[in-house]
Structure formats: structure tokens, C-alpha cells
Design a protein around this ligand. Structure first.
Ligand code: SF4
Length: 514
């Protein structure tokens, strides 16, 4: 019997290693033939560690499993898929999972992340196989047709970026993957890198063939040691199977890939700052132009995309740009991996086509708050994303629709707060975050954020409140208009959204100091 226990960091943090050992020990004690496969996560993090058993009807799920539950699982016959108090029936029938549209995450949690045979069996490398037989410009056209836009947050059309690099002649070109994933409430990149690393490798290889690059780098944040490990191991396996390296599968194309670890600065998720860091320098933001597609890594044309953008590419090539484009609404095509976190009952990853609403995500999937209290605000798009009040929960997830209400979809991370949250404190936190993480290159962000914290402190302490609120608005305008990059430029989003959506929190009596 095959039993699956995830190796994803979220499952590990809940004791997955210990559960896997306990299952192996219990099976050997009972002289049962059990094979434990360490898979990626299915994304239902509230059920981790989610143990699955292969049966003739499909995989049956049990979770969250702890070591002490293992003997009773054996006693109740879980190896035959029998019921248990932790049982959820067939994994693919669990509504949380069933009601998703898994394109990028189609394999995550299903395959063994280190088995290239398993990857191939589930459609892996179909996209690259097609790409290797195509002209590079036709690959670019396919990606343009799909409507794919940068999943890191900016939403820039991926096809346009690739075409710029394709059209330039250069002795060396690069592909660089931004896996810095520093936004609060996000873990989609990590889940894919740990659970289906070949998918990212394949997407980057397709980009390399399209753009004419021969070397690639994945810039992973240091907080993700499991991602680094899994990627390095998968790269070795792909090299040995000639899916990376010289003359890939006899196609004449060569591409090799390397993993680099960041040192923990949020601003290194900004593409030019990431390039500086990749070159071994301090992560300072570069002036643009030149854009990285023309002068990027080591001054050479570079395709830079986020993990989720690259990981969407294999299915686009395998099934065609038109297939992918059929998902979504307006100019937001395809799917996005939404990550539901914060004060939420059922946290996890939900891949859905654009158009789904915040309310659906936090109610239908999330099941409301963990505390059981009413939801008051949801921050979407990382620490620089807007705080949405309940009145905006029905705005469809779409880059343009969100922009209309001064919010952004970003990387798809949702952080939920209940009615005990103090939004003035959250606004202060945004300014403080910017002050700590500012790279220091431009004045509005470097000085503005520090002054912003001081102004917020005065508002909270009820010192000359009306004038300081006015000052805060002014400061936000300067930061929006005058900052060099998105860190300073977007900090006003959470501040202003808190101010506009929750004004009552800025007009409370000052907290009693004694
Ligand atoms: Fe650096 Fe902030 Fe200016 Fe960005 S906005 S370049 S992080 S100082």
C-alpha cells in the first residue's frame, strides 16, 4: 500500500516527518507492506499533515494527523481507505479541493517531487517538448496569446517582456526567477518549489528557449531552506536526464540553472534590486531605464519573472495559449493561486480563475475567522496592499477592478482580520515596515516612512489629530508620486485604505497611558 505524507514546510512544521516515521514503524511492527511517498502539499494547510492512502477508488485523506493518531489509523483500517475520525473521504472530493481550477498546481501533492518519471506521467515536460520543436518567436506568441501577466504583483504582460529579450542580439542572455516571496500571507511560490520543482524548471527552460538564454538563476529567500534543497535536488535530476544542460533532448538548445539564496531584505523582491543581489552586491534598487529585458543581470538582456509566472508556462505550451486564456475575466486571464491566511479557520491555497471574490474565498473556502468573530478587514497583495472593508468584498479578483477601488491583487495573498483589529495601528505598521525595509536610495521613501511613523504616533496619541491626518495624506501623496520603486510608492495603499475604510479607528480617544 502506498501512503503519502507531505514534505512541504507547512506540513513539516506540523510534524509531518514524525508522522511519516511513526507510520513506517507501526507498519513494520504489524508486518505490513507500506511504502511511504513524500509528496508536496495539496494546499489544504488547515489539514496538515494530510496523510493520503492510495486505494482502488482514488486517494483517501486523513488529517490533521499527529503521531498519537497513527496506531488508531492502523486499527481502523486506513490502509484500505476505511473511515476514521480524521477521515475526509476521497481527497479530490473534498469541496475545498474539488471546487478549485488547478492549472499551475495540477500536479502539486499528487506526484513525488523528485521523480521525473512521475512528472512525465502527469503531463510534465509536454510543454517543453512542444517548445523545443517550435521557433522561439512562436513560443513568445503562444505566451502572449494566453494573456499571462506577471504573477509577482505588477501584472505586466509576460509575452511583451519575452519578446523584448527575444528581439535583442547579445552574446549572453539570462533568465532570472524571482522567488523572494516576501509578501505577508503568501506561500504559493514555496509550495510549488517544494511540491513540484520540475514545473518551475520546465517553465524557465521554455523561457530560455524563447528568449535565447543559456543560463538561469532562481533567487530564493533564505527563509525557504526546503525550497532551496528541493530545487537543487530537482535540478541535479533534470541535468542527469538531459532536461537541463547541453543539447537538451537532442534539440540543439542548451540551458543550465542555478539556485542563489537571498539574505532577507524585502526590497530584493523588486526586480532590479534582486539583480544587484544576484551579482553579489547590496540590494539597492536601480534606476530605470534601462529595463532589465535590455540590460539586466551582469548588464545582459534578462527575462525576469516570478515563480508563479514561470510555473504557468508549461501548461500554456502544452495546451495552447487559447486554452489558458479561456479562464478569467477582462484583461486578467488564467488562474491565480490565492493564499488565505491570517485569522482564518481553513487557511490554504486556492487556485481559481480571476473573477472569484474576496467574500467567496474567505467564506466558501476559508470558513470565516479562526476566532469565530466577524471579519472586519482583509489585506490583499502583501504588506503594501490595501485593507479592504466588508463593503468591497464582492469586487471580483481582477487587476483592473481592484485598481478602481485603490487596491491591488498582487501576489494573491489574503490576510484576514476580525473585529478586534485596530486599523490605526495597522496603518502605523505599514509605515514602520517601509522604514525598516527601505533600501535608502530615494528620499520620499527613506525619510518619508520615518516621518510617517512619527505622524501616526501623534494621531494615535491624539496630538493635534486633524492637522496630523492632513499631514499624513500629504505625505502619502509625496511617497506615491516621488518614490523610485514600489516599496515607497505603494506604502500609502495600506495607510490610505485604513484611513478611508475605517475612519472611526483614527478618531478614537487616545489610549490611556497609565
Ligand atoms: Fe529604495 Fe524605497 Fe526608493 Fe524603493 S522607494 S528605491 S526601496 S528608497
Amino acid at each position: 500500500t502506498t501512503v503519502f505524507v507531505p514534505l512541504d514546510a507547512a506540513a513539516l512544521s506540523m510534524g509531518a516527518d514524525e508522522v511519516a516515521d511513526a507510520i513506517i514503524n507501526e507498519a513494520s511492527k504489524r508486518k505490513l507492506d507500506v511504502r511511504v511517498v513524500r509528496n508536496g502539499s495539496r494546499g489544504m494547510l488547515y489539514l496538515e499533515p494530510l496523510v493520503e492512502v492510495e486505494t482502488s477508488k482514488g486517494r483517501v485523506a486523513y488529517g490533521p494527523v499527529s503521531v498519537k493518531d497513527v496506531p488508531s489509523l492502523f486499527d481502523s483500517g486506513f490502509l484500505d481507505g476505511k473511515d476514521h475520525k480524521l477521515g475526509h473521504g476521497l481527497t479530490e472530493e473534498i469541496p475545498y479541493f474539488k471546487n478549485q481550477e488547478r492549472l499551475t498546481f495540477a500536479r502539486c501533492g499528487i506526484t513525488d517531487p523528485f521523480s521525473i518519471e512521475d512528472y512525465r506521467k502527469h503531463g510534465g515536460y509536454d510543454g517543453l517538448t512542444k517548445a523545443l520543436a517550435m521557433k522561439p518567436i512562436d513560443i513568445v506568441t503562444e505566451v502572449t496569446t494566453s494573456g499571462l501577466r506577471g504573477r509577482g504583483g505588477a501584472g505586466f504582460p509576460t509575452g511583451i517582456k519575452w519578446k523584448t529579450v527575444h528581439d535583442i542580439a547579445a552574446d549572453q542572455k539570462y533568465v532570472a526567477c524571482n522567488a523572494d516571496e516576501g509578501d505577508s500571507g503568501t506561500f504559493a511560490d514555496r509550495m510549488l518549489m517544494e511540491g513540484d520543482p520540475f514545473c518551475l524548471i520546465e517553465g524557465m527552460t521554455i523561457a530560455a528557449v524563447a528568449g535565447g538564454a543559456t543560463k538561469g538563476y532562481i533567487y530564493v529567500r533564505s527563509e525557504y531552506p526546503h525550497s532551496v534543497h528541493n530545487l537543487r535536488q530537482a535540478i541535479e535530476i533534470a541535468r542527469a536526464a538531459n532536461w537541463l544542460g547541453d543539447n537538451i533532448q537532442g534539440s540543439g538548445y542548451s540551458f543550465d540553472l542555478f539556485v542563489r539564496m537571498g539574505a532577507g531584505a524585502y526590497v530584493c523582491g523588486e526586480e532590479t534590486s534582486m539583480l544587484e543581489s544576484l551579482e553579489g552586491k547590496r540590494g539597492l534598487v536601480r534606476y530605470k531605464p534601462p529595463i532589465p529585458a535590455i540590460e539586466g543581470l551582469f548588464g545582459k538582456p534578462t527575462i525576469i519573472n516570478n515563480v508563479m509566472s514561470f510555473a504557468a508556462v508549461p501548461i500554456i505550451l502544452a495546451k495552447g495559449g487559447e486554452f489558458y486564456k479561456n479562464y478569467g475575466i477582462g484583461r486578467s486571464r488564467g488562474t491565480l493561486a490565492f493564499q488565505i491566511t491570517g485569522n482564518i479557520k481553513q487557511g490554504g491555497l486556492v487556485e481559481k480563475a480571476f473573477g472569484v471574490t474576496t467574500r467567496q474565498l474567505i467564506e466558501d473556502w476559508g470558513g470565516g475567522t479562526y476566532s469565530g468573530r466577524p471579519v472586519r478587514a482583509v489585506q490583499i497583495g502583501g504588506p503594501l496592499g490595501a485593507y479592504l472593508p466588508e463593503s468591497k468584498f464582492d469586487v471580483p479578483m481582477d487587476y483592473e477592478e481592484f485598481a478602481k477601488v485603490d487596491a491591488m491583487v498582487g501576489h494573491g495573498g489574503l490576510v484576514v482580520f476580525d473585529d478586534t483589529v485596530d486599523m490605526a495601528k495597522m496603518a502605523r505598521f505599514a509605515m514602520e515596515f517601509c522604514a525598516i525595509e527601505s533600501c535608502g536610495k530615494c528620499t520620499p521613501c527613506r525619510i518619508g516612512s520615518t516621518r510617517g511613523v512619527e505622524v501616526m504616533d501623534r494621531i494615535i496619541a491624539d496630538v493635534d489629530r486633524e492637522r496630523n491626518i492632513e499631514l499624513l495624506e500629504d505625505l502619502c501623496e509625496t511617497m506615491t508620486d516621488g518614490s523610485l520603486c514600489a516599496l515607497g510608492g505603494l506604502t500609502p495603499y495600506p495607510v490610505r485604505s485604513a484611513l478611508r475604510g475605517f475612519p472611526e479607528d483614527f478618531h478614537k480617544p487616545a489610549p490611556n497611558k497609565f
